[in-house]
Design a protein around this ligand. Structure first.
Ligand code: S3P
Length: 450
């Protein structure tokens, strides 16, 4: 569906976002491998996490959702049933890559597939290490999904140095590793999100080759009670709107403050926004807290190197922030952004250019020369949830009317996005309603309206 936004005067208030997507996937997967009953509170409501739950159900795991609590009856490692049909990971790279690690060690055939976008995304990055472990994976053309996975004659541990920082690849190997003979060691040159290591309570050590995590095939996954913290990557859109719209201040309640995820907060601070973190506490082995971002004059900055994995999913909204900062915002070392749900370098550059921004495409990033304004226009979501949401925020800060085509893609991670946005923004730039046909008003969710 098309979503129409007019420039807003400010954004204010406190909000809660649904559970973190990365942590929710892992809570489901690890619960399915545990021998006993696990409970998950605050799970992500997005389509990606539903894809994981559906795949696990097809593999024989009993998953029930009641009153916001998900109960998973795991039967231990190697307890999955052979699936009667292909496992559909939908749009979710995390579902496909993490499940591939587990399925490589099973005694039955399985097929992992996904939607049109996921079937174009690179799978060699997991096929290489899993094959070194003895996995028997037959991909489709150009090392993409569907992936046919056959039983391995000998599935064993390896030492693997990640050629690119990727939590999905790291987790896929570690999940293979807890089913493999002997020891599996994953070495990360640059640290990526560490939810798998935290939830499985794995030790990491710094060595000259990088950060090393070790598991063995003897590892037993315990049932647990998970309290999933709010998703900082969902909160990012409203926090960023708070930074760029004058007279604004927004507070995200109870979001992940895991240092491997908080790159955006560091960037907002360095660009000049006011960032206050309060009520720091712990949930699901993760630091969480309440984060307030208030508007201030922003200046552009260079973003690259070790910072990239700490804000990889926030780079589209950082592009939008760049348009409202003085000087240049330069993003580099983010080549993998071309391999996400869309080519996010192209999506950010083309949409910002359509709004009149001074923007330049780089092979591994982009440059935005901020002018402090954008012009509303018709934009595409590129069938990418983060592009739909980043440019809804751009529309809020732009002059005139912005239309996001296929805005329903926001549902992949954050079905409540438009409704929360409408609650936080009260007044348009000229005192008018910024959402004349908003989802909250029609009572429709974005998907129902599509
Ligand atoms: C994720 C890891 C990141 C991130 C994705 C979720 C995860 O991908 O972009 O949205 O849950 O492990 P990479 O690990 O491929 O960088």
């Amino acid at each position: 569906m098309d979503y129409e936004i007019r420039g807003a005067s400010s954004i204010n208030g406190a909000f809660k976002v649904p559970g973190d997507k990365s942590i929710s996937h892992r809570a489901l997967l690890f619960s399915s491998l545990a021998n006993g009953v696990s409970e998950i509170r605050g799970i992500s409501t997005g389509g990606d996490v539903s894809s994981t739950a559906q795949c696990l159900t097809l593999l024989g795991t009993d998953i029930v959702r009641r009153d916001g609590i998900v109960t998973v009856k795991g039967k231990g490692k190697r307890s999955y049933n052979a699936p009667v049909s292909p496992l559909d990971a939908g749009n979710s790279g995390t579902t496909m890559r993490l499940l591939a690690g587990i399925l490589s060690a099973q005694k039955f055939d399985s097929t992992l597939t996904g939607d049109e976008t996921l079937r174009r995304r690179p799978m060699q990055r997991i096929i290489d290490p899993l094959s070194q472990m003895g996995a028997n994976i037959v991909p489709s053309y150009n090392m993409t999904a569907p992936l046919k996975i056959f039983p391995s004659s000998k599935f064993h541990g390896i030492r693997y140095e990640l050629p690119l920082p990727s939590a999905q690849v790291k987790s896929s190997i570690l999940l293979g590793g807890i089913h493999a003979d002997g020891e599996t060691i994953v070495v990360e040159p640059v640290e990526s999100r560490d939810h798998t290591e935290r939830m499985l309570k794995l030790k990491k050590i710094q060595t000259p080759s990088g950060l090393e995590t070790t598991v063995t095939g003897e590892y037993i996954v315990e049932p647990a009670e998970y309290e999933v913290p709010g998703d900082i990557s969902s909160a990012a859109f409203f926090l960023s709107a708070g930074a760029i719209l004058p007279n604004s201040s927004v507070t995200a309640i109870g979001i992940t403050l895991n240092p491997t995820r908080t790159g955006l907060l560091d960037v907002l601070k360095e660009m000049g926004a006011k960032v206050v973190i309060e009520n720091v506490r712990e949930a699901a082995g993760e630091p969480i807290g309440d984060v307030t971002v208030s508007h201030a004059e922003l200046k552009g900055m260079a973003i690259g190197g070790q910072l990239i994995p700490r804000l990889i999913d926030e780079l589209p909204i950082i592009g939008v922030i760049g348009a409202f900062a003085n000087g240049e915002t330069v993003v580099r070392d983010a080549h993998d952004l071309r391999r996400k749900e869309s080519d996010r370098i192209v999506a950010v550059v083309d949409n910002l250019a359509a709004m009149g921004a001074d923007v330049e495409e780089l092979d591994d990033g982009f440059v935005v020369r901020g002018s402090g304004s954008l012009n509303g226009t018709e934009l595409d979501s590129y069938k990418d949830h983060r592009i739909a949401m980043a440019f809804a925020v751009a529309g809020l800060a732009a002059s005139g009317k912005t239309v996001i085509r296929h805005s329903e893609w926001a549902q992949i991670s954050f079905p409540e996005f438009f409704e929360i946005l409408e609650n936080l923004v009260v007044l348009g730039k000229q005192g008018n309603d910024p959402f004349p046909a908003g989802v909250g008003k029609s009572g429709l969710t974005a998907a129902e309206g599509s």
